[in-house]
Design a protein. Structure first.
Length: 133
């Protein structure tokens, strides 16, 4: 197989992750830090899900992910989506595995924060109460 470089991106809320997959030895870097040093552990495990499902197929590639915006949970889901999309592009047999396990691995969650309305002091739906009637 030709040595090709794959670029994929993932979004969750306001977090955006860009993954670059190239031939390597199974290393994964998030913002130039090894995935194994990411804390807290729950977030690390969430980011590792697509790699665990890929099994041995992920051992022949190196994945570099740049993630910006949002909080740690949104960033974790964005990273997870970007890694899964890159691996599915690398090996098309993984697509069915990911879809069967969790559709969120390949399809972005499009929900966003609801915009604030007038007369609501920063809240999306709550309005100021009237003192009459």
């Amino acid at each position: 197989m030709a040595k090709k470089i794959i670029h994929e991106s993932g979004k969750r809320k306001s977090a955006i992750a860009r993954a670059t997959l190239k031939p390597g030895k199974g290393q994964v870097f998030i913002n130039k830090k090894n995935l194994d040093v990411v804390e807290p552990e729950m977030i690390r495990m969430r980011m590792k899900e697509p790699l665990i499902l890929a099994g041995k197929k992920a051992d022949s590639v190196r994945i570099d992910v740049n993630v910006r915006g949002g909080g740690i949970s949104g960033q974790a889901d964005a990273v997870r989506l970007a890694i899964a999309k890159a691996l599915a592009e690398f090996d098309s047999s993984l697509k069915d595995v990911y879809l069967e396990y969790d559709r969120q691995l390949l399809v972005a969650d499009v929900r966003r924060k609801e915009t604030s309305k007038p007369n609501s002091q920063g809240q999306a739906r709550a309005k100021r109460q009237k003192s009459y009637r």
